[in-house]
Design a protein around this ligand. Structure first.
Ligand code: EPU
Length: 301
């Protein structure tokens, strides 16, 4: 197969074939990628994406794998696993941080705390990477990426571009990138921070962590499955429809929070999908509200 030879020529030993994706997702669900390439810097990520665009081979970006449901048939083509991890703090009156897109957001927030830099406390319990967070405008406890991003370094088919926050046209859990404005990969981001003390930042983080622990289930899941519909909450609606604890196979609507679907062990993606459809149907029939997925469906369905 020439495709393999071409990929081998570009990526050498970094090219892995037929790799199960479940271990790379927070839900621990999903079939194999035909090919997987792990990148360890924004430079490597940019080079990998350009090569694949040039070769006209489709690829899927995977960061923390926390906001995706990967099908059991898996992904045809290449998955780029983003492990670009450089972080540069800029201290001073208006502190900032430049961070590569493979950094785990919660790790960044905790590193900020250790330096007495505030602003990102809300993100200390947000799973996933900066790349995913910039793409989907991740948020929690009243904070969201849109409120902190200064610019994103992207690779588009035109080359490297710096997009100021306005150009990302952020909305609730969405962006111009997520809406498909450009074929682009997030390489890095610059975020604004605030001077504070280690104590102040740590106390806020501890409060947010306690709230999350009290309201969200532990264990393997994709985080919130649906976006909150305008003026209401997906979790409340699923709860009020009497669906908490409902199970299909080993996929379960959490008894703790209706908008979390948990993996009870060896769960099939198709069972999660069936549970998604069941929740959408029941909530629509009971309340006339359509629940829109926050989680992205990846791979061959
Ligand atoms: N509720 C119920 N039953 C449930 C779950 C929730 O009645 O089973 C009610 C709660 O009592 C509350 C309301 O629904 O009145 C909202 O619930 P909660 O405070 O838990 O927040 P959420 O809207 O479900 C959002 C984000 C989370 C984020 C939390 C905390 C979305 C879709 N989800 O959850 O983000 O952590 O607020 O800020 O916006 C994520 O996006 O993956 C995520 C986890």
């Amino acid at each position: 197969m020439t495709e393999v030879a071409d990929l081998r020529a570009v990526f050498g030993d970094r090219l892995q074939e037929n790799v199960l994706l479940a271990p790379y997702t927070s839900a621990r669900i999903g079939g194999p990628a035909d090919f997987l390439v792990m990148v360890k810097s924004a430079e490597e990520l940019g080079a990998a994406a350009s090569h694949l665009w040039e070769m006209k081979l489709p690829f899927v970006m995977l960061g923390g794998g926390s906001n995706v449901l990967v099908s059991e048939r898996g992904v045809r083509g290449v998955v780029i696993l983003n492990r670009a991890k450089e972080v540069r703090f800029m201290r001073g009156e208006n502190p900032k941080v430049w961070v590569e897109s493979g950094v785990i957001f919660s790790n960044l927030a905790n590193r900020c705390a250790a330096l007495g830099l505030g602003g990102l406390e809300w993100a200390a319990t947000v799973p996933g990477t900066i790349g995913g967070a910039v793409h989907g405008n991740a948020g929690a406890f009243g904070g969201e990426v849109a409120g902190h991003l200064i610019y994103a370094d992207l690779l588009t088919e035109r080359g490297r571009e710096q997009w100021p926050v306005e150009k990302l046209e952020y909305g609730y859990r969405t962006s111009s990138l997520k809406r498909g404005a450009a074929r682009a990969v997030v390489l890095a981001a610059e975020l604004s921070l605030k001077n504070a003390t280690v104590e102040e930042v740590s106390v806020k983080i501890a409060q947010f962590s306690a709230r999350r622990k009290a309201t969200q289930p532990p264990g393997a899941s994709m985080g919130s499955m649906f976006k909150n519909p305008p003026g209401d909450f997906a979790g409340r609606l699923i709860d009020a429809a009497g669906l908490k604890g409902t199970r299909i196979g080993n996929a379960e609507i959490s008894a703790v929070h209706g908008n979390f679907f948990v993996n009870r062990g060896e769960t099939r993606a198709s069972d999660v999908r069936a549970l998604i459809e069941l929740a959408q149907k029941e909530v629509f029939e009971t309340f006339g509200v359509h629940l829109e997925l926050e989680v992205e469906l990846i791979g061959e369905w």
